[in-house]
Design a protein around this ligand. Sequence first.
Ligand code: F6R
Length: 240
Amino acid sequence: MKILVCKNYDEMSERAARIFAAQLILKPDTVLGLATGSTPEGMYASLVEKYNEGKIDFSEVTSFNLDEYYNLPKENDQSYDYFMKKHLFNHVNIKNYNLPNGMAEDVEKECKDYEAKIDAAGGIDIQVLGIGQNGHIGFNEPASAFKKETHLVELTESTIEANSRFFESADEVPKKAVSMGTGTIMKSKKIVLLASGEAKADAIAKTVYGDIDPMVPASILQLHKDVVLVLDEKAASKLD
Ligand code: F6R
């Protein structure tokens, strides 16, 4: 694992954006794996800036998001589809973006189709990840085994609680989501995990130094040959 420690959130966002910008310059038809959440917002803002300055182009890019809430219409302002349009897709010339369809009638088929679509696109070249305080990646929550493929997830209380800041109350937070599996994530050619703030320091320390354990889903990244952690000083504070 390569670890880059940045002073603060803004520096982390800029450093991560440069990694993605370099990727798009090297391979304009990159297959991007994208994440939502507060962590990558600054990185998306910086990518939009670079696009506006003519430094990067998304016209040949294909993207696949990690996850989407189950049974939440995409027009809902808390859907991940809405988030991605607000922070990135509406501001750049991307044409081919994909998120799991959380409204699919046959969700099992949707999961299989999503995996097949990623494979048909040639696999993900570079995946951005955030991390939950409990070590989750995508919506792969601590569990007795690593989940391989895209699947329907029951969210844990701690994730519902953490996400409730975006809803009126915890009752309104969807209880399920469709998420890439850890196997799907591990198939990406390159992974860039971002973390900022003290609340993530334990999860980061366990990811880097802990046992590879499905109770800390991000720990599986130790087995990937091309992972970069871009951290701010607070998220890196338990790494000594
Ligand atoms: C989002 C996702 C989640 C988040 C994680 C951290 O697509 O897959 O795993 O990355 O919950 O969220 P933030 O960045 O809001 O702390």
